[in-house]
Design a binder for this molecule. Structure first.
Ligand code: GSY
Length: 173
């Protein structure tokens, strides 16, 4: 995306626990960065996180990314879903295992509520596997009147590990 193009900053949450989730997240970020209407701005550290929801499944890898985009929220959602599909995402059950999950967490200060999309993401404020990576890249982002770090201080972080200190874990050498 040309640097001087008017754009919005959007925040994405990424995760997976089947196959090679780190490779899937890497591919997903490359797809976004190569897309003519997006560029990846900042990526969090990589986290290993215990499964939330259905706890009888493998641990996840999770990360968050800030992107710059000229896409409106729904076309951005379509792009994320296309990328998930291209990773041959397996998602048999709602809270179950998956190769790649890529959620739009926030899109500028825009609110959306419809049958396809709710922004800011309605379930992120109590999920440390989302908030910890997001706090790496946007600690002061305000969600429903509170900063990400404030939501994180109330969230259960038990078991979550930093899997790597580098922010460039997704860059292919
Ligand atoms: O909501 C995203 C998919 N997901 C995750 C996840 O990404 N990380 C962890 N730790 N647990 C999860 N449960 C689900 S469903």
């Amino acid at each position: 995306m040309p640097a001087n193009e008017p754009h919005v900053t959007a925040y994405l949450g990424l995760g997976g626990n089947i196959g090679d989730p780190v490779a899937a997240m890497t591919e997903a970020l490359y797809h976004l960065d190569e897309h003519r209407d997006c560029s990846v701005s900042t990526v969090s550290r990589l986290y290993r996180t215990p499964p939330w929801g259905n706890t009888d499944q493998a641990w996840f890898f999770n990360a968050a990314a800030a992107i710059h985009t000229t896409l409106a929220p729904h076309p951005l959602l379509d792009l994320c879903l296309d990328i998930e599909r291209s990773m041959k995402r397996i998602r048999a059950e709602r809270w179950g295992p998956r190769t790649l999950d890529m959620d739009i967490l926030a899109y500028g200060d825009v609110s959306v509520t419809d049958e396809r999309l709710t922004l800011p993401h309605p379930r992120m404020k109590d999920r440390a596997f989302v908030l910890m990576p997001l706090a790496d890249i946007a600690p002061d982002l305000v969600l429903e009147g509170r900063a990400v770090t404030a939501w994180l201080s109330d969230a259960d972080r038990a078991g979550i590990e930093v899997a790597g200190q580098q922010r460039d874990w997704w860059r292919k050498s």
